[in-house]
Write a protein of this length. Sequence first.
Length: 979
Amino acid sequence: LNNIYQQVGVEFRLSERDSFQAELSNGHIRQDLKKLRDSYEEQHPLDKDEVCVFVLSSELSKSSKLEDVEGLMPRKSRFGYIFTGNSPNGKSLARTLAHELGHGLFTLQHSFDDEYGGKKSQGETANLMDYTMGSEAVQLAAFQWNIISNPAPFTALDRDKDAHFKSGAVLTPNLDLVRIAGSKTLYVSDIYGFKPVQGTLPGFGLPLSDKTNECYAWDGSCYRSTSSDKIYTIESEAYTNVPVYLFYNLDKDCGKKAYVLVSYSDLSEVLELKKNKQIDAAKRALLSLIHKKENASKVVACIDSAKSPAQGAWTEQSEPLDCSAEDVVALQKSYQDHLKTKLRGDIQELISLLKQYRNEPCFFEHISIDVRLEILSKLIRSDIDDSVWEFSFGKLSLGDRFFLDKLVLSTPKIDRLRLLRDGFMANGGKWIEIIFNKSKGFFNNDVTIADILPLATGLASWIKEYYKELNIPISLGTIQNIGHPDLNEYSYPIASTTPICIGVPNDGSEAYYTQQSDSGYTYKLFLRSAFEGRLDSGQAIVSQKFLGVLDLTYFTPPRTSIPRTRLFNTELNLNLFEPVILLASRDYSALGIKAREEYVVPAFLAVIYQQLLNDKASWDKVRSAGNYLAIGAAVLASPYTGGGSWAAYTTIGAGFVAGIDEALKDGRLKLGSSTEYDAKHKDFYQAWENLYNTAMVADAVANAPQLIRAISKVNLIYRAKQLCEISRVRSKKFFEYLSSLRSIKSEGFEKLYKQYEIIKLTTKIEAPFIFNPKIAPHISNALGKANLKRIIKLNAKAALEAITPAELSELQDLCRRYLPVPEPGEMLRKVITLADAKKYYLQYEEVPSVQKFIAKAKDYEVSSAKNMIEYLRLDYEGTGFKPNEGFAIIEFPYPGETQIMHPFEVPNILMDNPAPYTNTGMSGSSRTIIPEYYLSEGISLPQGTQLTIYDQAGSQIRQYVLKITSKSKGKKKFTWDEK
């Protein structure tokens, strides 16, 4: 336990008490635990600094609704319960104990609560307060350290049933400590013209016999009834053994008022200052105490006046102190006046004053925008060492604290836009550039990249919020001559077509995305070296170097080859603040970044993320400090979604096309205005319309940005001119197939890529043809005697229902000539479902047979269920084949007695076999060529037939061999012997 908590300087002294027994008879687990607690404390009263944890039999949890719970300890409770049967070893028991003490003693919430990582992060971190399996998940983040430094106050009245202020004490607005007998209701009113004082009780409600409330409000000297003018009599005394309720945000709306619980000793400074008549100082000390405890605060629930105030008086939810409260503003005035006197003096005096007031609640929030800009302009300069950005606590101190983030991010919302415009974006973003350049580097001994991350991510979230108002310049590229006289050129955002890929070599990074070379071949891009990112003169300059590895297998003519690898380089010179697409090929969980998800962030932040990875010492600091919770705020759009001022800019793929579509709108609206105009331009607009629909459908499909970048990138626009030319020649067929793209559903990359093949195969757009590596060599050799490239193309067109009758006839003739029917003795193969294997073969009473479609065993290799369905087109209507289930294969030698034909020679075969049957003599897959044949009648399986069972991955599970045992009265007897 102490090994876990030593990271935050906490040490426990553990003692084991004798076994204790209590009668637990009602079977209600939570009532039983309370009874256990009460019984124990009656016999063993706890000292003020003690907590008690019961280590119980697992049978207690198994017999209750807590069967999956290892431990239980309510927040701010001094009693906890651990069900040891669910903790397999000592380390696990220690982790469970530490987790529960985190709740009860230190009021920590789960790391996956909504205000932190959210439910999606549950079980994904090594944080002590996560539900992560394993005894090593014991990390604590920086914000948790702050909470732990202020453990919950315990008193003799610490009970669930005492969670209303009638059981504790409160402060009156003149800072007297009192108790209000019987009240559970906070009442706020200015009926007597008195302004609320944060931390005190401005008024309360007392229940009457008729179940209504009589309300009392502070009038400046006492609590007075708002209905009868009666004064409530109170006595002030030192209530040392009860909790003290401090109410704040008293002038906020319902749902924002909150309170914290403190002990009498916590109030010692406040009460001492009040005693010495230093009232303003006492009020400041009270605010500091609230600020210190606000992470363990609760919101005061809104209560319907028609209902009993006892119904849900409080809710579990922390609430920050509101710095705009009138009394808080008044208390800050002298501090802010003092700060202004230091603006013209020595910079060290200014920093010393900021350090002096660093823990004063609302001090930084109340700095005016003019003063804030002046302070930052003095601190962020090229001639200033970055050590001045830290509060130093001595020459040898390891606890120097970077404070620029607090100075910037505490800016009130009303001032943030001006701070961006007049500060961080002024002079070409010089402040960002200076902060970055002084923080980067492995051996930096002052401010590091890890230190500036909360500042950078906070600024990024502001840029997202005020994107429309900021008018950020965008770096544009230009495409000229897209095929229409009314639009000779089109400008597009460069960053929208080139992602910034973060990562460093040998850190587990994989391929980022695919890209076509100039010759049209597709390569997977791997990191060759970490990208070089600079912030200079208002620009984010990014140089990326990739190693491209050929992604697919291509058919090539004799004596030609395609480079297996080639180098790809990208160069970006962007405005510091313009949006870019950030991409990683592995998870960076501490940054909240998932592999191959596209994130939209300002360019400067992408460079800072990469520098963090480069500065490994800095990266380790982020991981250990748990800063990932702050970094998550920088995710501006993940994954890419349309709509909104920010994300709409990100014109990947479909958005890119949509931009040009808008530019073409005026010309398109002229269609129908004259016969001459239509004759000249209608073909172009019809071609563009189909391309537009293609891209818009793609945008709705999973992985669409990756796909669009892979198959087209900017070349998508150049194709508009080609589409115009093609439409004039073969418009009817072309539009027919392009229009079919409108029916694409969100089934992902492969289906969309298949639809894209239609464009390649039904037009003259030049592109290499995908050739599946599973094709049998003897088939490739046989077809190579003809025109292999053309056969591949015709087969793919047939698979996509895009083949013409003349082309079909040509393909059938090629099958007859180069893919002959099986000879007697050749091994035949048929794929069947597992259900059919059991029903019609292994448990069948008659000697089993096969019929209809068959293939040669040598013509293809057994693969996964998914591939077999695709290669043999087993996805026909009513199929029993499923990609996530296994299958069976029957193999036997062709006896030669039954005629085998090419399927297209069978009369009326198309009537019984709709798509995906192609009638080409091939299986119908565009990804391979597998000849198929047709049995004129069924064949009884001969002795030695093998029936093999495969799992969904295509791995053999077991094999049976058919054995004919005898013939009796013309009936064969047989067995299937497992091999």
